[in-house]
Design a protein around this ligand. Structure first.
Ligand SMILES: Nc1ncnc2c1ncn2[C@@H]1O[C@H](COP(=O)(O)OP(=O)(O)OP(=O)(O)O)[C@@H](O)[C@H]1O
Ligand SMILES: [Mg+2]
Length: 239
């Protein structure tokens, strides 16, 4: 479905130095497949997802979706690709302030001129699936961090995307809720034959991923995540 070949993305740093955020990555992902990526902060994970969503162009390399070169698409075709094929779960959620959860989740439908009532009705089951059936009319400022994250997940899934690009989708959730969300994402990939590129530090993701890569300095290597409980930050003295 998605094929990357030797993809490079540079940024220029504040002092004019070149940051090789993505440094020659080749990767392909088939329908129904889940690929998990982990790696230290700044290793290029979010940049790779943004490239895959055609939100930015690579400086070198080729990127194809269903055989079509993402770098050669016109602005209109790029917008169609993003709206129809991609479900992007942003690391920082990007919800609209002062808009109720149900309308945030329905935003792609509203952008497609689906009438408000109908769009809200379509979004309700998605919010229920992420455990927010009782928070439909809460605006983001009245939701917890984990609840906002789940609205962002519902919003990405509502269009039944072919390719889910998920940037730390369980980063604000506890282990139990994170496990449920990962299971939901895995179900969707299964049922809808969607592919998913999943950036995560959550070792539970290993259970749903077909492949796990470690990213470091813009490069990928096959590599498992550390599993087991995290190291305690400090010893507690029993007393
Ligand atoms: N717009 C930008 N301009 C300049 N440098 C950038 C820009 N965005 C990211 N970078 C740099 O590119 C590198 C990769 O950033 P990226 O956000 O892809 O990392 P990440 O792996 O997602 O990190 P994190 O785990 O903290 O989210 C970092 O060194 C970052 O400082
Ligand atoms: Mg990131």
């Amino acid at each position: 479905m998605l094929e990357l070949e030797g993809v490079v993305k540079h940024y220029s740093g504040p002092g004019g130095e070149v940051v090789r955020a993505v440094d020659g990555i080749s990767l392909s992902i088939r329908a129904g497949e889940i690929v998990a990526l982990h790696g230290p902060s700044g290793s290029g994970k979010s940049t790779l997802l943004m490239l895959a969503a055609a939100l930015m162009k690579p400086d070198a390399g080729r990127m194809r979706f269903e055989g079509v070169d993402l770098t050669l698409m016109s602005a209109n075709v790029t917008a169609d690709y993003q709206r129809e094929q991609i479900g992007f779960i942003y690391q920082s959620f990007h919800l609209m302030a002062e808009v109720p959860a149900v309308e945030n989740a329905a935003i792609k439908l509203l952008a497609n001129r689906v009438p408000l009532k109908q769009a809200r009705r379509a979004a309700v089951p998605w919010l229920e699936r992420v455990g927010l059936g009782k928070r439909l009319d809460h605006t983001p400022d009245r939701l917890s961090g984990g609840e906002r994250q789940r609205v962002a997940i519902a919003r990405a899934l509502i269009s039944e995307p072919r390719l889910i690009l998920a940037d730390e989708p369980t980063g604000s959730l506890d282990t139990r809720r994170g496990g449920e969300i990962l299971a939901l994402l895995a179900d969707i990939c299964d049922q809808q034959k969607a592919a998913m590129l999943l950036v995560t530090h959550d070792s539970q993701a290993t259970a749903i991923a077909d492949r796990v890569y470690a990213m470091r300095d813009g490069k990928l290597a096959l590599g498992e995540m550390d599993s087991g409980p995290p190291e305690p930050l400090r010893q507690r003295v029993p007393g």
